[in-house]
Design a protein around this ligand. Sequence first.
Ligand code: PEP
Length: 257
Amino acid sequence: MPIRPLVVGNWKMNGTRAMLSEARAIDRAAQRIGAVDVALAPPYTLLHAVQAEAEQISVGAQDCSANDIGAFTGDIAASMIADVGAKFVLLGHSERRQHHGEDSALLTAKCRQALAAGLQLILCCGESAAVRDEGKEEGFVLEQLQAILPQAGEFSSSVSEVLTVAYEPVWAIGTGRTASSDDISAMHNRIRALLVTQYGQEQGEQVRILYGGSVKPENAGEILALPDVNGALVGGASLSAQSFMGIVLAATGSDAE
Ligand code: PEP
């Protein structure tokens, strides 16, 4: 079965209510394009308002707590994210791993909370420049991902409806550098093999694998046409409806430029 592409915008710690017009423009353009699933992960403070604008796009959070509701000052529970109508959560982003020391054990606990709340997961993985320079990127990424992939039995519906993987080489995030097509293809191919081993042929082949790292309208066409690249996770270029929708358009196979 062909996989419907997914393009996700990660607004990171950007956006006040002034950005709602961009969210609205993205939603309306996504309605016109139709053939691509489009999603936005705004900061928590905008989740509810972006959700209120969303007729077509899916809205999600950039993180969730590893704990259920209770005395965890400053944290946001997965069930609260679901309560505002959000559908997914990004987990394992390299900025969370780097700046908040998130390790596999913590991320596994977060995955459990998210699944219990009925949220879809976008699980991020990716190697640093140092790991790639040593030529150890493949083993590193597969191990990092394997450590947080839920067991098949933890999903209450089909794995591919709930799980998306995003490969994001750390050295490509926000730097303007992208991995080469050969490097992206090789890594996505290995991730696909891991997913098939973990979840079986039928489900493993349907899980979407996104590429992230300085994707923009100018390079999206080439990246999104690669085998086993089923969409993109976009940071900087998702902050403007114009550039983000250029990427979404590229995911349809049309020229983005
Ligand atoms: C990201 O943060 O997930 C990302 C891919 O950022 P950028 O597109 O800015 O490199």
